[in-house]
Write a protein that binds this ligand. Structure first.
Ligand SMILES: *Cc1c(COP(=O)(O)O)cnc(C)c1O
Length: 388
């Protein structure tokens, strides 16, 4: 019987499957429950032409490999790659494309991803078409140069929901890749590869690591032909995750299920509470029945997550909330145990051209809350005094 995701987060493999030669059993030397941090740059060869399986840590390191196997198992992929940051993961992925290649991208994406595409990928000759993938006719944008569709669902920060299997069908028909940034849901709530996506990327910095104490990124693949290409790229460009950071993410993932459940339960209560507030004009949370993506989320995900976007009734109010929060920290990032509030206009999405930002609905009154795992009433009490 396959292990459930909560168990997989803690026990990578079923006990009877762990073999002596597997790196997983490295811990069995001393009965160590926690996987060791192999803080080594290089590895001695047992003889000429012989290898322990590890030659140099830029290529692979046992702690990183353990993490890659775990994330691969959680996302139901055939292989996973652990990178130094989420942006390193997306940057590496862009190396799969060549000048003249065309990608269809969602218009509402994490600001750093937009910055990469607009400033680096375009310079390297990649062409992009933007669409609101939750509602536009994506198929009409496909040309003979189109190589991939890149989406987030729900999007950062506007929480637009795209039907992953519907887009996957379009991608299959035209033999192009569907890449899904699954950062907001984590594999605990959503596994896009099961819905037909070819590639999943993550900012592991967020829910996977979960403690706002390290940066990480992941690429998880379903297509065998990408495996060797990506191993070659990681070896060549050198953006693999360091052993200690790999260990921090391994440790963080052990509590992924608990954190996701707790944060989501609070997010739902907070979203409902925010709706009753005079100083708040709109609350955008896919767990709310009136959210346009609610039904699709119910179909394709196992939860709604803990990201809540809302608008204050004036710019002054939005700024004063940021000044007045106390327990909640005014900080960039998301997905950690601490509740954070972000101002997309000047933080995560500051480098997105204003016109695009406003078109996407990121008005200067818009705030984004990443609900943590503190006591729900304590979070609401802090918001209550900040909204006053
Ligand atoms: C934060 C984030 C990224 C970038 O990840 P880093 O680890 O900060 O480099 C990419 N996509 C989404 C959706 C994010 O929230």
């Amino acid at each position: 019987m396959a292990l459930s995701i909560e168990t997989k987060c803690i026990h990578l493999e079923k006990q009877e499957q762990a073999s002596e030669t597997d790196t997983n059993s490295a811990c069995s030397h001393y009965g160590s429950i926690s996987f060791p941090i192999y803080q080594t740059a290089t590895y001695a060869h047992p003889g000429v032409g012989k290898s322990t399986g590890f030659d140099y840590s830029r290529l692979q390191n046992p702690t990183r490999e353990q993490l890659e196997k775990l994330v691969c198992a959680l996302e139901n992929g055939i292989d996973a790659f652990a990178l130094s940051t989420g942006m390193a993961a997306i940057t590496l992925l862009m190396e799969l494309f060549k000048p003249g290649d065309h990608l269809i991208i969602d218009s509402d994406l994490y600001g750093g991803t937009i910055r990469l595409f607009d400033n680096v990928s375009v310079k390297n000759g990649i062409k992009f078409s933007r669409a609101n993938c939750s509602q536009d006719n994506i198929e009409a944008l496909i040309t003979s140069d189109t190589k991939a569709i890149f989406i987030e669902t729900p999007t950062n920060p506007m929480m637009n929901v795209t039907d992953i299997s519907a887009v996957a069908k379009i991608a299959k028909r035209h033999n192009i890749l569907l890449i899904v940034d699954n950062t907001f849901m984590s594999p605990y709530f959503q596994t896009p590869l099961d819905l037909g996506a070819d590639v999943v990327v993550h900012s592991g910095t967020k829910f996977l690591a979960g403690h706002n104490d390290t940066l990480a990124g992941f690429i998880i693949i379903k297509r065998p032909e990408l495996q060797e290409k990506l191993r070659f790229l990681i070896k060549t460009t050198g953006s693999g995750l360091a052993p200690f950071d790999s260990w921090l993410v391994l440790r963080g993932i052990k509590t992924l299920a608990l954190r996701m459940e707790k944060a989501q339960a609070s997010a739902m209560k907070i979203a409902q509470w925010l709706k009753t507030q005079k100083a708040v004009t709109s609350v955008i949370y896919p767990g709310l029945e009136e959210h346009p993506g609610h039904k699709i989320m119910k179909k394709q995900a196992r939860g709604f997550g803990s990201m809540v976007t809302f608008r204050a009734n004036s710019v002054e109010k939005a700024l004063s909330i940021l000044e007045k929060v106390h327990l909640i920290k005014y900080a960039e990032s998301l997905g950690g145990v601490e509740t954070l509030i972000t101002y997309p206009t000047t933080q995560t999405h500051a480098d997105v051209p204003e016109e695009l930002r406003l078109k996407n609905g990121i008005t200067p009154e818009t705030l984004r809350l990443s609900v943590g795992i503190e006591n729900t009433e304590d979070i609401i009490a802090d918001l209550e005094q900040a909204l006053r």
